[in-house]
Design a binder for this molecule. Sequence first.
Ligand code: ADP
Ligand code: MG
Ligand code: MG
Length: 519
Amino acid sequence: MAPSRVSEELYPPTLSTGEAEHLLSTIKDWSVVHGLTVRPPQSVVPAEADPQGILATTAPVTLFPSPFPRVCFEQAKSIQKAYNSLYAAISQDEEFLKDIVQEIIEVDEFIAELWQVHLKVKEEGYTQNLSLGLFRSDYMVHQAVGVAPTIKQVEFNTIASSFGGLSAQTSKMHRYLTENNYPQFEKPLRIEASNIPENNSTRGLASGILAAFEAYRTSAYPPSLPLCVLFIVQDGEKNIFDQRHLEYAIQDQSSPVPVFRLPFASILSHTSIADTPKRQLLYHLPSSPNSIFEVAVVYFRAGYGPSDYPDADTWKARLQIERSHAIKCPTILTQLAGAKKVQQVLATPTSTSTPSILHRFVKNAWAATEIERLEKTFTNIFPLDESSAGLEARKLAVDEESCKGYVLKPQREGGGNNTYRSAIPPFLKSLPETHWKSYILMEIITPPPVHNTILRAGVLEQGGVICELGVYGTCVWNQETKEVLHNEEAGYLLRTKGNKSEEGGVAAGFGSMDSVRLV
Ligand code: ADP
Ligand code: MG
Ligand code: MG
């Protein structure tokens, strides 16, 4: 028998043309059969070639699961519940969020509008105290010379954390290849199945939504109308199958839960608010206008960026959801808790002598160790405001040499919004200095080199790659009593991009789906 090959020098293995072709056709078919798919991008299939919108294509994936340090994977998974509690607590702390958004809203209209929606509902009074978070904390591996690798947080997502559906399928695919394809190479590649951990991201996220649904159902019992879950989506979403996996998992229950998809732009035409003190959210089925459901849970896969709010009506739509009795995933406050500015405030000690701001949010019996574990995942992030730390950071940001170690981020989500390294000084100089405070400056994390091959649109891209691990978490809590009803870690995502690309978004076309091979 030929020797097995998993040593890092030979990973991933060089394939013969025949092996590469076989692997390619296996992945293409496996992906379609198991819904590891997306709607084809315009660059692959122009709209006029698919007027009925019936085509699907394989999502970009790596041919092999990327090596990932086991200690880092365990670290990221084991800290997720602490992160869920932390962000639930931040979302409950309106004063803290108010101080943070106060500065930004002067120059950031989008954040200002979100805040306005919250204030309007606050004035009227929220009628729903329960909140649902489907979170994803993203990390890269950091390895200093001579010490064990550790994870450093890239960002924490509190709205529309995507890829949980495709991610579970990607792990299944890499496990399938591990059992059925890699061992058949001329020089067999044998990976222990136990080194490709199970990934329950689809089920995990569905459980979060079901926990919120159950909490609503219990409080509304007996309901006067049938209850449902509403996914608020973007029109023409290419990453629809990722969402469908989640939707089907929610429906796949002994007593199925109805789930409907509603484009953000159609909220006002297909929902209304009951004329009751509770203000239940009603969904009017477009196909049968006399069928009305009471919405227990609203799950946003849209609404995280300004492009979803082209006019005043779309802001009215967001307000309609926020003031309703439905459990929101997320509320405005939870969405704002995910602002990069919040992450920066958590990571920037005001001075070495003052205790970490985390003490304000982590108050359990083991707070000291939990805070230490959370802080270990932070990397340096600086404000660009007029505080003394901000003024220092401004010098770093505009200096042609020091800027090379940083990424500049605005308060935006969804990929493609950052400015990297040498592009930072000219970018900042193109802005009025009064706007700088709405950005944060973050140290670039440089993970150890990894090689892999990405299959994108039928073409193989081989070379150095950068992996980003995301861990999902689900949390249901009460904004008023601060009681946490549900708190779970919910599987993972590994996204991999070529090491020449700064951005790694799969949907944005830079990255690919991957799984971990624990080493
Ligand atoms: P978004 O909310 O738009 O996804 P991110 O903070 O995740 O914003 O940044 C987008 C991408 O930029 C990340 O997926 C990662 O590839 C890259 N990136 C962001 N911050 C860093 C960092 N500190 N070091 C290295 N790469 C980073
Ligand atoms: Mg994000
Ligand atoms: Mg991101």
